[in-house]
Structure formats: structure tokens, C-alpha cells
Design a protein around this ligand. Structure first.
Ligand code: SAM
Length: 322
């Protein structure tokens, strides 16, 4: 079987699945305006804005057959709202994919952490842009820090590997870098700081809020001494370790792009694939199509990958999945 690859030697090994494009937070980088457009969603069961479990597993099984994936990351929207999440994790487990991971805002984590672990989940990223409740509200239009911290504690209790992700925006939450590090240290978990990406309604003016890697490191250097740990091939973050033993990373999409060894394929909640966050041209995967047609679609998705750097997209991460 010929491998699906490009001129830079890239192929798809990691699949990011956006389970649904709704969320129970209204973060400023995903949702424009005052956040009033954010639906008060706690359950997606009643609506059909997502693929049901058999349809989703069927697509993933075919992708696994064609790509021999090493990792699946479930995201969204908010993946913990997906009605059949536990069945989905168990189904992916039975496909023999080595790593099943998830990115969540953590609001519903307290209840779901243990069942997820039992179904085969090992590692989760929790997005937490502030530990101060008022600054968290400024970033997400909800007051949920307490619930999220309880969720993180439940996840650790259940034996999940937990990392924190925080998008740092100038003038919004840049004062939270050290408080977030202190929180991560209090739980003995790694934290990654993300540069804002040129996505969605901030596509053309993200630079107003961009808080670049070097400034993040300079804020940390005022408080901690640290040394570099490097970056693994295909990974998004560079890591450092403080003298106290806390691991932190920076995902510098903008100032230090990592397109050259990107191995990620994205599947959205309607069954479309994207080879890159920079592309908002969905490629439809039709279960009725032949294997050759799927290969053609995957080669087309690979062509969407950028050679050098992320150029941004009008599509919000809410839809394409972060
Ligand atoms: N609801 C889940 C969550 O909050 O983690 C999963 C989806 S969310 C879109 C995934 C990640 O994308 C979050 O960590 C969020 O902070 C990040 N994100 C969304 N828009 C972004 C942007 N424009 N730049 C950088 N990160 C972004």
C-alpha cells in the first residue's frame, strides 16, 4: 500500500476530531461580540449538529485503515458535551490506535474524568486561560474556575495525565502567567502557554492581542530560573523546566511555526477533513465512496498544509477544532 505523503516527507499520523461545534463557554478568541451569541448548552443530545456514534466510528475506522494513526485527539466545540463520549472512547480503543487524548475546557470534567479513564483515555489537556475568576470571565464570559479546578482534581484522582493550556492575550490575561504556573505547580502538572492564532473573527487583527513567546519567557524569567528541554518531532510545544521541577511549554504558532513536521489531520463534526487550520476549504468524506476516492481526498488535504507558516483562517476554532 503506498503511503500518503508530501514533498516534505509529511503524512497524517495524528487525527484531531471536532465532535461538535458548540461549547458551554464563549471565549473571546472563538466568539465575537459580547458573547450573548453563546448558546446555554449543556447537552447536545437533542440536536443533530454532530455525527452519531456509528457514523463517526465508521469514518475513523476507515481513516485508521488508510493512515495507521498513532494518536487521536478529541476536541470541539466542547467534547465533553458529546452524548456518546464514553462509547466513542471505547470504540476508538478497539481500533488499536495507540494514544487517545482529549482537549476540554474542563467544566464537565468532574463527572466524566473517571468514566473516560475506564474507557481508555490516558491523557487530557485542560484549557484554562486564567485562575482569577474575574479574568477568567473576561476571557470566557463564564465564571467556571472553581468547577474546572474540581474537574482537574478529579482527573488527577482518576489517574489521567493532565496538562494545562492557556492562550495568553495582551491586555486580557497576560497578568495570569505566573498565577497559572503557581496553580500548575500546586498540582504537579505541566502547563503550556499558547500564542494567539489568527483564527475566526480575530483573523485580521490578532496582532493587537498577540503576546509573543519571548515576552512569555521574559515574564517567567522574572520569577523562575529554567533550562530548555526542547521539542519532539511533530509536537507543537517547546518545553523548559524550572529549577523547582515544574515543566512548562510555549506553543508559538506565530513566532516559531512548526509546519514542517506537522502530522495532523482534522475531522470536523460534519465529516469533513482539513489538512491545516489555515485552510477553510472542507473536504467531504463520503462513506459510500471507494478507497481510491478517500486516498484522493487525503492527498488533497495534505496539499492544504503550509510549507513554512500558519497563515490563518476566518474559521473559528469552535468549528474546526483546536
Ligand atoms: N472546548 C475545548 C477547550 O476549551 O479546550 C476544545 C476546543 S478549543 C477550540 C481548543 C483550544 O483551542 C483551546 O485551548 C483554546 O484556547 C484554543 N484556541 C481557540 N482559538 C484560538 C486562537 N485563536 N488562538 C490560539 N488558541 C486558540
Amino acid at each position: 500500500m503506498t503511503e500518503i505523503g508530501d514533498e516534505y516527507g509529511r503524512t497524517f499520523r495524528t487525527l484531531r476530531v471536532s465532535l461538535l461545534s458548540r461549547c458551554n463557554l464563549g471565549c473571546v478568541y472563538c466568539v465575537d461580540g459580547d458573547g450573548s451569541a453563546v448558546p446555554q448548552v449543556q447537552s447536545a443530545a437533542a440536536s443533530q449538529d454532530h455525527l452519531d456514534l456509528p457514523a463517526l466510528l465508521q469514518i475513523m475506522q476507515r481513516l485508521q485503515g488508510l493512515l495507521q494513526l498513532t494518536t487521536v485527539r478529541l476536541t470541539g466545540g466542547e467534547p465533553l458535551i458529546y452524548p456518546d463520549l464514553i462509547g466513542l472512547i471505547a470504540g476508538i480503543r478497539s481500533m488499536g490506535i495507540g494514544e487517545i487524548k482529549l482537549t476540554t475546557n474542563g467544566v464537565l470534567l468532574k463527572r466524566l474524568a473517571a468514566p473516560m479513564q475506564q474507557a481508555g483515555m490516558r491523557s487530557i489537556n485542560v484549557s484554562l486561560d486564567a485562575i482569577d475568576e474575574e479574568l477568567f470571565f473576561r476571557m470566557s464570559r463564564r465564571r467556571s474556575v472553581k468547577r474546572i479546578v474540581e474537574g482537574i482534581d478529579a482527573a488527577l484522582e482518576a489517574g489521567l495525565d493532565v496538562k494545562i493550556n492557556a492562550v495568553i492575550m495582551r491586555g486580557m490575561n497576560d497578568s495570569q502567567i505566573i498565577p497559572l504556573m503557581e496553580f500548575a505547580a500546586s498540582r504537579g502538572i505541566a502547563i503550556r502557554f499558547l500564542e494567539l492564532m489568527a483564527m475566526g473573527h480575530l483573523h485580521e487583527r490578532y496582532h493587537e492581542y498577540l503576546f509573543p513567546r519571548d515576552e512569555i519567557l521574559s515574564v517567567i524569567a522574572d520569577r523562575y530560573r529554567f533550562s530548555p528541554l526542547g521539542r519532539k518531532s511533530g509536537a507543537t510545544a517547546h518545553y523548559w523546566k524550572t529549577d523547582e521541577g515544574l515543566t512548562f511549554g510555549v506553543i508559538a504558532n506565530e513566532t516559531e511555526p512548526f509546519c514542517r513536521d506537522c502530522d495532523r489531520l482534522r475531522l470536523d463534526s460534519q465529516g469533513n477533513i482539513f489538512g491545516c487550520l489555515s485552510s477553510n476549504h472542507p473536504i467531504r468524506l463520503d462513506p459510500a465512496d471507494s478507497e481510491e476516492a478517500w486516498r484522493k481526498n487525503l492527498r488533497q488535504a495534505l496539499l492544504q498544509k503550509q510549507a513554512l507558516r500558519f497563515v490563518g483562517s476566518d474559521l473559528s476554532m469552535l468549528h474546526i477544532g483546536g
